[in-house]
Design a protein. Structure first.
Length: 185
């Protein structure tokens, strides 16, 4: 009976989160639409998070993925498209894609922004044939505590990432790979 209840609970979570995530596509149809979505997401992040705004002032560039969709049941994947801003202007487009395997179930949608604080780390983004998260320059994911206490005087690492607007639920224990690749729009 307990196994049946757990299975039904997982199924309900999947159905509920899929209804939150599926109606909104992960990829924007045009460059103009993606620019609007990314700028809106970045402005909302700055309004809610003073740490992100502070780091953004000193960043060489900011890569914003306004909508990433992640789903899985045993095997999972994620995908989203983003805009690289330099001096407030869109200069390039990227996608983020990943795969995972392990004990996982659910679906979620979220956005994230990566703040590049040096020309070296920004150059690495294009030098590598797809930036692999976890390989190359270290990326510090700013949780709520770090995000609130971060200022330009406390920043030590070269890339900071802020995750925002999470919807849905994803339960995961497994191995994941994620790659960021330049695309044409």
């Amino acid at each position: 009976m307990t196994i049946l209840l757990r299975s039904l609970s997982i199924l309900l979570v999947l159905v509920a989160t899929a209804t939150l995530v599926v109606p909104q596509p992960a990829a924007a149809a045009t460059a103009a639409e993606l620019n609007r979505e990314a700028q809106k997401a970045l402005n909302a992040l700055y309004a809610k998070n003073p740490g992100a705004k502070s780091i953004g002032k000193d960043a060489v560039a900011v890569l914003v993925f306004p909508s990433v969709v992640k789903a899985g049941l045993g095997i999972g994947g994620q995908y989203g498209e983003g805009v690289l801003y330099r001096s407030g202007k869109a200069v390039a487009y990227y996608n983020t894609a990943g795969a995972s395997v392990g004990l996982q179930a659910g679906a979620q949608k979220y956005g994230y922004a990566m703040f590049f604080l040096s020309e070296d780390t920004l150059a690495y983004l294009d030098k590598s044939e797809g930036f692999e998260v976890g390989v190359g320059p270290s990326v510090v994911v700013a949780d709520q505590g770090l995000a609130k206490s971060t200022t330009t005087t406390t920043v030590k690492d070269k890339i900071y990432a802020f995750i925002f607007d999470q919807k849905g639920a994803m339960y995961a224990l497994g191995i994941q790979g994620n790659k960021i690749t330049k695309i044409k729009k």
